[in-house]
Design a protein around this ligand. Structure first.
Ligand code: ADP
Length: 249
């Protein structure tokens, strides 16, 4: 489709994939999916497929980068060459450097870095298939992988986006909506405190539209938080179940 052609994103009050304005795409999450990482998570969110893996804490080299008061958290977001329609040139670009930075900053506010002085905690986020909202999926998966690694955290970080398409405020934009819509607003929160750790905006909104989009993204992130907790609880139960067979626990 040429760029000046209008793309119909809403028909009879429903979105292209049949969703309501306040409806998330299907979300699936799983932890402990990689044997050699300290912690890991795999997520599918709509057509997005994302893997997150944690290594560390381990001693940081070169030594002059070490901080005797806390660990260094280092998140690396990577969009695989085969994750998008046209092959993406491998390696970091401005966009992935930016997403790595905002992800690191968002997670640094929950991980108890002060418990691991002079070390580095590496979090790798691999986008295997991309369909918009990947920074939200990556952040949500990274937070799960850190918890799976047993790294002490004050809370999880949960993320979700909202935006504007054909004049309507909707939650969780998919690729077509992101491409042809008017605005995308990714949000990440620390749910227990209700604190915002990431808020970006690509496009324009009025004050009222912003308020509505913010509220939708916030509600979406809270739903994601419930799923994260259930996933981690399920994984712990499995672990306890496996270990507790002898005494009937
Ligand atoms: P997010 O994935 O967090 O929404 P963007 O808004 O920057 O981040 O990207 C939206 C979508 O555009 C991505 O999810 C992906 O599907 C697509 N995209 C991003 N970068 C590229 C690229 N280099 N080549 C092709 N598609 C891309």
């Amino acid at each position: 489709m040429s760029s000046n052609e209008e793309m119909v994103l809403i028909k009879d009050g429903k979105r292209l994939d049949g969703r309501d304005f306040d409806e998330l795409r299907d979300v699936k999450m799983e932890v402990s999916v990689l044997e050699r990482a300290v912690g890991s998570a795999y997520m599918e969110w709509g057509k997005n497929k994302v893997m997150a893996a944690v290594y560390g804490p381990r001693e940081l080299h070169p030594k002059f980068l070490q901080d005797p008061t806390k660990a260094l958290l280092r998140c690396t977001y990577n969009l695989a060459p085969f994750s998008v329609e046209e092959r993406k040139r491998p390696g970091p670009d401005r966009r992935s450097v930016e997403i790595s930075k905002v992800t690191t900053e968002a997670l640094s506010s929950v991980v108890m870095l002060e418990k691991f002085p002079n070390t580095v905690i590496d979090v790798f986020i691999e986008i295997l298939q991309a369909d918009a909202g990947t920074r939200c999926v990556g952040l949500t998966a990274a937070s799960l992988a850190l918890a799976d690694a047993g790294i002490p955290m004050r809370d999880l970080v949960a993320a979700c986006s909202a935006g504007k398409i054909q004049g309507e405020i909707v939650v969780d934009l998919m690729k077509e909506e992101d491409n042809y819509g008017e605005c995308d607003l990714p949000l990440a929160i620390i749910p227990r405190k209700g604190e915002v750790v990431l808020l970006q905006m690509d496009g324009k909104l009025t004050k009222d539209e912003f308020k509505k989009a913010y509220e939708l993204a916030f509600k979406g992130a809270m739903k994601v938080y419930e799923m994260q907790k259930n996933t981690l609880l399920g994984s712990m139960k499995r672990f306890v179940g496996e270990g507790g067979n002898d005494d009937g626990n």
